[in-house]
Design a protein around this ligand. Structure first.
Ligand SMILES: Cc1ncc(COP(=O)(O)O)c(C=O)c1O
Length: 351
């Protein structure tokens, strides 16, 4: 019953197989190897366009470096207030951007709306006293388990672009969003107005691999130096490439994501039907946010269930959670099975 995070499980067998395949002989180092070339080709194929791709080890560094390519040190990055870049990446975005300001905007039912972004970007800019609005960062799936539809991504990007901002997408769970929407990856990225994507494999079967994917390739001009300066130019880069080859081969990435999403749907259905429990927001991918009676949550923890009480510093508009109730985040992964979901629901229903 581990619903702590999708990064608590190991790697999937086909990805480990690809790593073993890549473990032969001497190859060019620092990403100049055939595995990275093949991974880049497969990413371009999946997104139906030419891309510049860079591989790194964590989502934090991928997001922070991606933002550094979009924003000057005196610039501002706008994002939904609960975004990972604002709450869970310490000051890495500020460090790598050279001090850019991260600005959080309140969501409505778990999602940032275009009017909220438009209102924030329409305020007087008062240069040079206020930070220069320079980038908008959208998380897909977001930190409330919600998925932005094709039209929603396009509407948010249109506002950002109209105000002259570049657009970044934090796709730590991008595969889960594509699996949920059943759309083409291009439909929620470059076709909708996204300039650069952090494409995460680590939470969806990868060992540890994130790709920074530039759709606007001009923005990638100095990115190799940014990566090197951050100490992320891995000598044995072939193993990043191999993870992405194993992930993308034969549609494996979406197969893994579909499974995780199906497990979350099952969990959400069970929670919604349990006495005293309710979903905080609709479950649309592989995360479930639920208001649980605190006593039941404590009993579940005592029985070995792993999940977090979700309290964030930037949690404007959260649903009511008080002494008797807590807001829980439950995350499913490619490894979650129906038995652990059903056991959790069974225990939740005990008096
Ligand atoms: C939305 C989001 N973005 C990015 C990340 C990646 O962060 P990390 O630096 O832990 O790989 C996470 C991981 O929790 C996440 O949930």
């Amino acid at each position: 019953m581990n619903f702590g995070s999708d990064n608590m499980v190991g790697a999937s067998a086909p990805i480990l197989d690809a790593i073993i395949e890549a473990n032969h002989g001497a190859l060019a180092s620092y990403g100049g190897d055939p595995w990275c070339a093949e991974a880049t080709r497969r990413i371009a194929e999946a997104f139906e366009c030419e891309v510049e791709v860079f591989f790194v080890a964590s989502g934090t560094v991928a997001n922070s470096l991606a933002l550094s390519a979009l924003v000057p040190p005196w610039g501002a990055v706008y994002a939904q207030a609960d975004a990972h870049i604002l709450n869970e990446e310490s000051t890495a975005p500020e460090l790598f951007t050279g001090g850019a300001r991260m600005i959080g905007l309140p969501p409505h039912h778990g999602k940032l709306e275009p009017d909220t972004l438009d209102e924030a970007l329409s305020r007087p800019r008062h240069p040079p006293h206020r930070p220069l609005p320079a980038a908008f960062s959208l998380t897909q799936c977001n930190e409330r388990g919600r998925v932005f539809g094709v039209a929603e991504v396009a509407a948010l990007c249109a506002v950002a672009r109209r105000h002259g901002l570049k657009v970044h997408m934090d796709g730590a769970r991008f595969a889960n969003a594509v699996a949920s929407l059943g759309c083409a990856p291009a439909d929620i990225t470059w076709r909708a107005g996204v300039d650069v994507l952090t494409l995460g494999a680590s939470k969806n079967g990868g060992l540890m691999a994130e790709a920074v994917v530039f759709f606007d390739r001009e923005l990638a001009g100095d990115f190799a130096w940014r990566i090197k300066r951050a100490g992320q130019t891995a000598a044995k880069g072939r193993f990043f490439g191999a993870q992405f080859v194993g992930w993308l081969r034969d549609g494996h990435w979406l197969e893994l994501a579909r499974h995780a999403n199906a497990m979350a749907a099952r969990l959400a259905q069970g929670i919604a039907a349990a006495p005293g429990a309710r979903l905080a927001w609709p479950c649309e991918a592989n995360e479930v946010f639920a208001l649980l009676p605190r006593k039941r949550a404590e009993a579940l923890w005592a029985a070995g269930a792993v999940f977090y009480e979700w309290v964030q510093p930037n949690a404007e508009g959260d649903p009511e959670a008080g002494a008797g109730t807590l807001l829980a985040r439950l995350v499913t992964s490619f490894l979650t099975d129906t038995a652990e979901v059903d056991r959790f629901i069974h225990l939740l229903n005990q008096e």
